[in-house]
Design a protein around this ligand. Structure first.
Ligand code: CP
Ligand code: NVA
Length: 305
């Protein structure tokens, strides 16, 4: 059966732990995993801009012995109206997996439904699950484990990062808090699903418009840009109480770390002194995109035959 990774809860708790264990092994033995030797190709498609995702998938596929075939919407027929279904059928004849950054989640679901090779979500409007694997790897490196830890996310509650933290952290048995304006809450269907998962894993889910309550005693503070791709011109004043500042960090656990998926806007969603300070793990987090995604590809290819 072909396995896809379209949202964080496509991996069970045991499977997520397997991928994260593998990510640690891949990081320790960077050139020791060669499942794409041949080379076999992997299509990496972008309908939106990217630095880290483009870099980490391109480098990672090459390090796995494969050939990364990177295409932008502006230089492919997909960007000129060729259907997703036709694209999926053409790609599956020539590549071993498809990685796609696009807008609506329904687009990547259509791609997965139309192809026999694994499809990986490299960010949609709704989810960014590869980023959360890298974040969880980073938290594991700091704490040694995930279950029982508290991650508090601040800012836009309705975006892809908030949704993926909810699902991914609940899957890991963590306590996940979203501190966001009441007018910008996460999708209730995602909160419901995360709450169901947390009930099984021993985690919990909290959504609040009180940033201090979200930060109190947390082990990880995380944030993201207030203006996601495609939202230019958005009014951001309502997010200002949710900025990750030194004062907010002072409320967290004494050993807390700070994550940001990047790109970051210093002085807006995060103070420069926090992003560049001793608690920040954002550069490890960015590096772990490489290792976590290599592990994910190894794992998906093994299970998809
Ligand atoms: N964090 C992240 O996905 O970065 P890019 O948009 O640069 O890929
Ligand atoms: N929420 C951001 C994440 C960027 C990696 C966006 O979608 O633009």
């Amino acid at each position: 059966m072909t396995r896809h990774f379209l949202r964080d809860d496509d991996l069970t708790p045991a499977e997520q732990a397997e991928v994260l264990d593998l990510a640690a092994r891949v990081k320790a033995d960077r050139f020791g995993f060669r499942p794409l030797e041949g080379p076999r190709s992997v299509a990496v498609l972008f309908d939106k801009p990217s630095t880290r995702t483009r870099l980490s998938f391109t480098a990672g596929i090459a390090e796995l012995g494969g050939n990364p075939l990177v295409m932008d919407a502006g230089t492919s027929q997909l960007g000129r109206g060729e259907t997703i279904a036709d694209t999926a059928r053409v790609l599956e004849r020539q590549v071993s997996a498809i990685v796609w950054r696009t807008a609506g989640q329904e687009r990547i679901e259509e791609m997965a439904a139309g192809t026999a090779v694994p499809v990986v979500n490299a960010l949609t409007d709704e989810f960014h699950p590869c980023q959360i694997l890298a974040d969880l790897q980073t938290v594991r490196e700091h704490r040694g484990g995930l279950a029982g830890a508290t991650l508090a996310y601040f800012g836009d509650g309705a975006n892809n990062m908030a949704h993926s933290y909810l699902l991914g952290c609940a899957t890991a048995g963590m306590h996940v808090r979203v501190g966001a304006p009441a007018s910008q809450p996460p999708d209730p269907a995602v909160v419901k699903r995360a709450t169901e998962i947390a009930a099984d894993t021993g985690g919990s889910v909290t959504v609040t418009d009180d940033p201090a309550a979200a930060a109190d005693g947390a082990d990880v503070l995380a944030t993201d840009t207030w203006v996601s791709m495609g939202q230019d011109g958005k009014d951001t004043a309502l997010y200002e109480p949710y900025a990750v500042t030194e004062d907010l960090l002072a409320r967290a656990d004494g050993d807390a770390i700070v994550l940001h998926c990047l790109p970051a806007y210093r002085g807006r969603e995060i103070a420069g002194s926090v992003l560049d300070g001793p608690r920040s793990r954002v550069w490890d987090e960015a590096e772990n995109r490489l290792h976590a995604q290599k592990a994910l590809l190894v794992w998906l290819l093994e299970r998809s035959g």
